[in-house]
Design a protein around this ligand. Structure first.
Ligand SMILES: Cc1cc2nc3c(=O)[nH]c(=O)nc-3n(C[C@H](O)[C@H](O)[C@H](O)COP(=O)(O)OP(=O)(O)OC[C@H]3O[C@@H](n4cnc5c(N)ncnc54)[C@H](O)[C@@H]3O)c2cc1C
Length: 484
C-alpha cells in the first residue's frame, strides 16, 4: 500500500532537531498518528548537534520574550526527562564572572531580571565567593552571579533519546525526506519530498530550523527570512588544566551571551562561541582569527585555558529571525504551526516548546486523548567506559563484543557500535554522536576504519556506500581500489 493510500497522519513534524523531536515525543503520548520528517540521513544533524549544550539559568533575557518564558519552563523539565530517557545531563551550576568593576551593575541587573523571571536561588557573589565556587577563575574576577540550577546536556544524545522514545510509542520517522512542496485539499495536506515521496497529514509543524523559511514558503504560508549567525568553538581534551567545574560566562553584550568556558558532561571543555552574522546556511568553517579570539576571551575568564589542549574546532549556526521565537499557528496555511527562529535558548526551552505546540494544535481542534499504554521510558545505551569491572565482565561473558574496544580515546566497545547501527545510525557521524567513537583526542584516527568494517558487516553496505553524514559525503571512493 503506497503512502497516499493510507489514512493521513494526524500530524507531520518537519525537522528532527531538538524542537521537532520534543514535539514528536510529547505527541506520542496521545492517540494520534504522527510522522517526523527529516531531510538528513539521521536526526539531530542540524543546529541541535553543534551548540554550547547549556541548560540556561533563566536570567539572560526579560520575560517579555516568549523565549525567556519557555526557557524557564523548559529548564525545569530536565531532571524528569533525564530520569525517563537517561541522556547525559548535569546541573553543574552557572557562573557569570565580572573581571572589571564596571561590569558589576550588569551582574546586578542579571540577578534582578532572573528574579523577575521567577528564578529564586540566584546568588550575587563577592570575588572570594566566586573563587571558592570556581578556583580556576581569573584573579582579576571582582564578583559575579551564581545560578546553581544551570546545567549541561549532550544535545544530540538528548535528541536521539527523544526520537527513540517517540518511535517506541508509535511515531514514524522518515529520514532523507526533504519537504519541498505542500498542497491542501479537503482539509488534508500532501507534503512532497525532494526524492518524489509524499505523505498526507491533517496538521503540520514547521520545525525546520535554518530552513523554516523555505518550509513556510513550501506551504504557501508566511514569508520570512532566517539568517544564520555562526558560533565557532574549540573543544579541549579531557585532561585540559582549564576545565572548570561550572559553566563560566562573561558579562553578556548586546549581540550574544559572550564567549564561555563550558565543562561538558563527558569531561571535555568547550570554549566559544563567536557570534557572526552571515548569509550561507552551509558555512560551518572555522577560522584561525576567530579561534584566536575565542582563546583570548576564554583565558580572560579562566587563565589556564590553552589552545595546546584543543582536539578539534567546529561551528554551529543559530537560526535568527528577529529577537524572539516565532511559535504560532500560520495565518495563511490552515493547520500549519510555525516553530521558527529558535536560536538560543532553544535547547533549554525545547520541552516547553513542545507543550506550547501541543496546546496550539489542541486549539486548532486536534483531538488529544492520552494513551493508556504510553511508555515514557527508554533505556540509555550501555557505555563500556562507565561500567564497573564486575558488570563489564558479566557482559563480556555474554557477548565478547563488549570487551573489544574500538575507540580507545572514548573507550567505546564494538557492542556499542553495533547497538548504534541496530538503532538506525548508519553514517559515521550518526555512530559518533550515538556512541562518542571518533570524538576523543585522536578524532577518529584510530577507530574510523574499524567502524567502517563493522558498518559493512552489520548492514551489508559496500565500502563506497559508507558516508560521513549521508548524501555525497562518502568517505572511501572506488578509486582507492579493492575492498578496505
Ligand atoms: C553556537 C550556538 C550555541 C547555542 N547554545 C545553546 C545553549 O547552550 N543552550 C540552548 O538552550 N540553546 C543553544 N543554542 C540554540 C539551540 O541549539 C537551538 O535553538 C536548537 O538546536 C534549535 O533546534 P531546532 O530543532 O529548531 O533546529 P535544528 O536542530 O536545526 O533542526 C531542524 C531540522 O530540520 C531539518 N530540515 C530542514 N529543512 C527541512 C526540510 N525541508 N524537510 C525536512 N527536514 C528539514 C534539518 O535537517 C534539521 O535536522 C545554540 C545555538 C548555536 C548555533
Amino acid at each position: 500500500m503506497g503512502e497516499s493510500d493510507r489514512d493521513p497522519y494526524d500530524v507531520a513534524i518537519i525537522g528532527a532537531g531538538v524542537c521537532g523531536a520534543s514535539v514528536a515525543r510529547l505527541l506520542s503520548r496521545y492517540r494520534i498518528r504522527s510522522a517526523l520528517l527529516e531531510r538528513e540521513e539521521d536526526v539531530s544533524f542540524g543546529t541541535s548537534k553543534a551548540n554550547s549544550g547549556i541548560v540556561h539559568g533563566g536570567f539572560h533575557h526579560s520575560s517579555e520574550f516568549l523565549k525567556t518564558r519557555l526557557e524557564v519552563a523548559g529548564a525545569a523539565r530536565f531532571d524528569r526527562l533525564k530520569e525517563e530517557l537517561g541522556f547525559p545531563f548535569e546541573r553543574c551550576g552557572i557562573l557569570v564572572a565580572a573581571t572589571h568593576p564596571d561590569e558589576l551593575p550588569a551582574i546586578e541587573h542579571l540577578r534582578e531580571q532572573g528574579i523577575a523571571n521567577g528564578i529564586r536561588n540566584l546568588e550575587l557573589c563577592s570575588r572570594e565567593r566566586m573563587l571558592e565556587l570556581e578556583p580556576k577563575l581569573s584573579p582579576e574576577t571582582c564578583g559575579g552571579l551564581y545560578a546553581p540550577d544551570g546545567g549541561i546536556v549532550e544535545s544530540y544524545r538528548y535528541v536521539f533519546a527523544l526520537v527513540e522514545n517517540a518511535r517506541a510509542n508509535g511515531t514514524e520517522l522518515l529520514t532523507g525526506f526533504e519537504a519541498v512542496r505542500a498542497t491542501r485539499s479537503d482539509g488534508i495536506w500532501t507534503v512532497y519530498a525532494a526524492d518524489g515521496r509524499s505523505i498526507r497529514c491533517r496538521y503540520a509543524v514547521n520545525a525546520a530550523g535554518l530552513y523554516a523559511d523555505a518550509v513556510s514558503a513550501a506551504f504557501g504560508a508566511e514569508q520570512f527570512t532566517i539568517k544564520p549567525r555562526k558560533g565557532e568553538y574549540f573543544l579541549l581534551d579531557r585532561l585540559a588544566a582549564g576545565h572548570p567545574s561550572r559553566v563560566v560566562f562573561p558579562v553578556p553584550n548586546i549581540v550574544s551571551k559572550g564567549m564561555l568556558v563550558i565543562p561538558t558532561v563527558e569531561g571535555t571543555t568547550l570554549i566559544g562561541p563567536t557570534a557572526d552574522s552571515g548569509e550561507d546556511k552551509g558555512d560551518l568553517a572555522t577560522t584561525q582569527g576567530h579561534l584566536d579570539r575565542i582563546v583570548a576571551s576564554a583565558r580572560n575568564l579562566v587563565p589556564l585555558v590553552s589552545e595546546m589542549d584543543a582536539i578539534t574546532s567546529f561551528a554551529g549556526l543559530r537560526p535568527v529571525l528577529g529577537e524572539d521565537f516565532l511559535i504560532a499557528p500560520s495565518d495563511l496555511a490552515e493547520g500549519l504551526v510555525q516553530v521558527a527562529g529558535i536560536q538560543s535558548p532553544g535547547l533549554t526551552a525545547s520541552p516547553a516548546i513542545a507543550e506550547y505546540v501541543r496546546d496550539i494544535l489542541a486549539g486548532l481542534s486536534l483531538d488529544l486523548v492520552e494513551k493508556a499504554d504510553w511508555n515514557p521510558r527508554t533505556d540509555p545505551p550501555v557505555r563500556a567506559r562507565l561500567l564497573d569491572p564486575e558488570r563489564r565482565a558479566e557482559l563480556v561473558a555474554r557477548d565478547g563484543a563488549h570487551g573489544h574496544i574500538v575507540c580507545r580515546c572514548e573507550e567505546v566497545s564494538e557492542a556499542e557500535i553495533v547497538e548504534a547501527i541496530r538503532h538506525g545510525h548508519r553514517t559515521l557521524d550518526g555512530i559518533k554522536f550515538y556512541t562518542r567513537a571518533q570524538m576523543g583526542r585522536c578524532q577518529g584516527g584510530f577507530c574510523t576504519y574499524r567502524i567502517v568494517r563493522i558498518l559493512m558487516r552489520e548492514t551489508g553496505m559496500s565500502f563506497d556506500e559508507i558516508t560521513k553524514r549521508g548524501g555525497a559525503s562518502r568517505v572511501l571512493g572506488s578509486e582507492l581500489g579493492g575492498t578496505p
